[in-house]
Design a binder for this molecule. Sequence first.
Ligand code: ADP
Ligand code: ADP
Length: 237
Amino acid sequence: MALVELRDVVKTYPPTTRDGDPVVAVDHVDLDIHEGDVFGVIGYSGAGKSTLVRLVNALEPATSGRISIAGTDLTALPERDLRRERLGIGMIFQQFNLFSSRTVAGNIAYPLHVAGRPRAEIRARVDELLGFVGLGDKAKQYPEQLSGGQKQRVGIARALATAPRLLLADEATSALDPETTHEVLDLLRTVNRDLGITMVVITHEMDVIQNLATKVAVMEQGRVIEQGEVFEVFSRP
Ligand code: ADP
Ligand code: ADP
């Protein structure tokens, strides 16, 4: 059984003009993401990649079709249960989305506070995560004092805080220069390999797919037009 399964998933948005047509952001998509995969989703802007991520993260309901995570059908769950499912999914973003008024440690601790974990446990976990992402000396700094790559390390540590089984990365390196991109990709590879966390990596950059992903789906106008092992998809004529 796949960890994440999409079956005939459609997401439409209401027309943007009064007599326009509805926008079909995700158009009859089937995907199987298995435990341990680094699953890349590549496509141009507007292809439906971010919408797909919001559906998997249960931030928005699908219009039709079925999305299940570890056999649990998200499309059938009430909001209270969806909140619990989301705790098992970490998310990192292009613009990092850190709290500027909180320290590095405070940002990483945040999901643990929300989850109501005891203080001593939070401290130990934050300490461990700081070490894991190589920011042991930055605990008391504020995000504005960090480089882009360091900010994304904080984003990764925060996403891992609740020990998710799935990490969703939405254009996670698109705001970084090439060298920093490679550092962050190395860290993400370690997250997958050493922590065994399954990843979905959304990007418009071929380089990211070739450096990190094992499988890939190519999206165009809401559809998955090709999917498979990275080396297969990109060696087809
Ligand atoms: P990508 O992440 O690949 O750039 P998106 O998922 O953001 O693509 O967008 C796919 C399509 O859905 C685009 O046509 C976009 O304009 C439309 N879309 C995305 N979100 C919304 C929304 N909240 N309301 C209306 N249209 C949307
Ligand atoms: P903020 O002021 O941004 O809320 P704090 O400095 O109060 O951040 O720390 C928030 C959380 O991070 C606390 O739960 C604390 O236990 C933990 N923390 C703070 N400093 C460290 C550190 N050096 N190592 C490990 N955990 C830390």
